[in-house]
Design a binder for this molecule. Structure first.
Ligand SMILES: [Zn+2]
Length: 313
């Protein structure tokens, strides 16, 4: 485990860099790490929108991204090569049989660059948009391991039922959606960030006898997309959202969420550390304050530790 996380900076340095407020808010809302009860569902947050959802018998890995390329590599358009050793290490750490499906919300590098290699190493299928499947083909995944996401179609997996819902990407880059377009042929690494074009954007609804989890990985939405849908726990990407109140109204409030867990606020241009550093553009504290003023229950989760989130009571 220690090898998988960077040595990290002393906590004081992290505080100096990130500012005290978001770190303190994050810690004050932290759910304690604990193994899941036999009947429950746990999540393990890997930073960004990367989450393993598991009931111990079946595991669904969403948007895993551990290579975390540096800002200069991204900004200078350098070719990005996913860190295969690190990915193999994470597959081992999570458990050789822990991943039954790798699901991808959209094809940007910070959601999809590592996903196909996780699927390869875990011998699991990859499900996502047509663009995501071309990342899978480029990584060498066999066709029978590629599943095209069909919005509204319920996929049974153990005690889970997984449904993709059409969503919209948030206006993450100066009010615009970065890297629009589709990936129309197999993407063979290394490739620059701009080649990881958006493709379709999905939210992922995961139903289980112990409750319902919704993964909303990018901070945009289609008005009305959650009409008639309820979720107990919402894993909510918060970086690159537009108006916070409108986002809350259309996503967690519409879903009547009983618990909101913010994700994708950590600085993913730096290696994974025990203590997340914060993207200033995530406005983490402001988000938590606004959500709580809207009577939502906010909880944060530790990095890289399973935390039981269902059942809620
Ligand atoms: Zn994105």
């Amino acid at each position: 485990m220690r090898r998988l996380l960077s040595a990290g900076l002393p906590i004081t340095a992290v505080l100096l860099i990130a500012g005290c407020a978001p770190q303190a808010v994050y810690r004050s809302h932290l759910l304690p790490p604990q193994p899941p009860r036999p009947a429950g569902v746990a999540i393990t947050w890997l930073g960004t929108a990367g989450v393993l959802v598991s009931d111990r018998r079946t595991g669904i890995l969403i948007d895993p991204y551990v290579s975390r390329f540096g800002l200069f590599s991204i900004g200078l358009g350098k070719a990005l090569r996913p860190d295969r050793d690190l990915i193999r290490g994470w597959v081992r750490h999570l458990g050789p049989d822990a991943i039954d499906l790798v699901a991808v919300s959209h094809s940007h590098f910070d959601h999809a660059a590592d996903a196909a290699f996780f699927a390869l190493d875990a011998t699991a299928p990859l499900i996502g948009s047509a663009s995501t499947l071309n990342i899978g083909r480029g990584a060498g995944l066999a066709e029978e391991r590629l599943r095209l996401a069909r919005p509204g179609q319920a996929i049974k997996l153990g005690d889970f039922t997984v449904t993709f819902i059409e969503s919209r990407h948030g206006p993450a880059l100066f009010g615009r959606i970065p890297y629009p377009g589709t990936i129309d042929r197999p993407l063979i690494v290394p490739r620059p960030a701009r080649d990881y074009k958006l493709g379709a954007t999905y939210a992922i609804l995961i139903r289980h006898p112990s409750g319902t989890i919704l993964h909303h990985g990018s901070a945009g939405y289609r008005p009305g997309m959650y009409d008639g849908i309820q979720a107990d726990v919402v894993l909510l990407g918060i970086t690159g959202r537009g108006d916070t109140q409108a986002y809350l109204a259309e996503v967690p409030l519409k879903l009547k969420a009983r618990m909101v867990i913010p994700i994708h606020f950590d600085d993913f241009f730096r290696p994974l550390e025990r203590n997340p550093s914060f993207l200033s553009s995530a406005h983490f504290s402001e988000f938590c304050r606004a959500a709580e003023q809207s009577s939502l229950t906010i909880r944060t989760v530790p990095l890289c530790e399973p935390v039981r989130v269902l059942p809620l009571n």
